[in-house]
Design a protein around this ligand. Sequence first.
Ligand code: CP
Length: 421
Amino acid sequence: MKKMRGRVEAPVAELPNMNFLRRNRENDNSRGLRGLRSKTNRPWKTKHRKMYWKPMPFSARREIDAATDRGCRHFPYPAKHIFTNGAPMLWPYKDLLCISQLTAAEILYVFQVARRFAEINTRPVKKVPTLKGKSVILFFVEPSTRTKTSFDIAGKRLSADTYSLAASSSSLRKGENLKDSALTLQAMHPDALVLRHHQSGASEFLARRLSCSVINAGDGWHAHPTQALLDGFTLSEAWGDDMAGKTVLIVGDIAHSRVARSDVLLFTALGARVRICAPRTLLPAGVRQWPVEVFSNLTEACKGVDAVICLRLQLERQKAGLLPDLREYARTYGLGARHLNKANPGVLVMHPGPMNRGVEIDAALADAENSLILDQVSAGVATRMALLFLFLTRKDAADQGDAQSGQAESRQPQSSLLQED
Ligand code: CP
């Protein structure tokens, strides 16, 4: 550390990557103030768009430039704004229910915020006061290791208070229905409810009835949007955000998989080609309407792919008789190195977990160098930090909080949100 004019400045080598702030400056002419003056280039004025772009205050731009020049790790944001490509986005959603609600730009924006939060996870002190005073209830009616723990860690690293409730220890066991349980939890004034439920549509059902944010952590066969976002974030770290020209293969129990449905939506939104491969009995009804190529031979499906996502056999959701025998399935659809010979060089292997080694994936392949399975878990924490941040600091959440507490002026600006405690 060296002293400069009485202030202690961290040497540049120790600073986090601030390149995206530098890009803001370089892109000034294309998307910055000059662009915003054009009468035809005012997307935030467009009535029916889901994204709201507002011009960055000039003072904020100057502060960011100055902070970038100093190599400052705590760059100043005006309240409620974070910036992307020179323009701030106000997060417009109360709930996260399905990937189909997000535009490609919004998905990339989540990645951009997750990238910022991933850096916090590498600090010696992995805690920032970003969501101090916010509370998040993790209501998991189905078992979970990754999703529940990573939401819990994500909330705690952002200083939110997180409370876990499992079906086995809740009043659902005594016959209370989901709606009454959720209304009871809402009466305790949480800011968000993260819900996993075995019924498709459970999250939407609650989102219509609760005023706090509802984040879908997996509902039946329907959707697992946070898993798809972390899968996309993992691959965007490897490939960059532009996935045009890439081919992603999803193999396994597609019919019963909410991950497959959400991944197909996300990767096609980002421009990748998607293939699915499964025995006929594990293909969903109506698969011909999906924007994918369908294979039943795994070796054929692997030809020319850039990433393979293996899925768990969802035996708990399957009716009897869909598979003749597990060993036969493992021999035919269990991904092994032999299948990847015809894939593109550098092919990446993923699995959302939980993983049955030797069934849907060879044990050795799961631990191979091109396996991103543990990277997905790490990306899960950063992605869920980004999501909690976006949903809990969205414009109407902040306004609602201000109205309740009368603290509009004293709200902590986001300038200090990324500082260590
Ligand atoms: N991928 C996933 O949802 O894992 P968990 O069931 O452990 O949360």
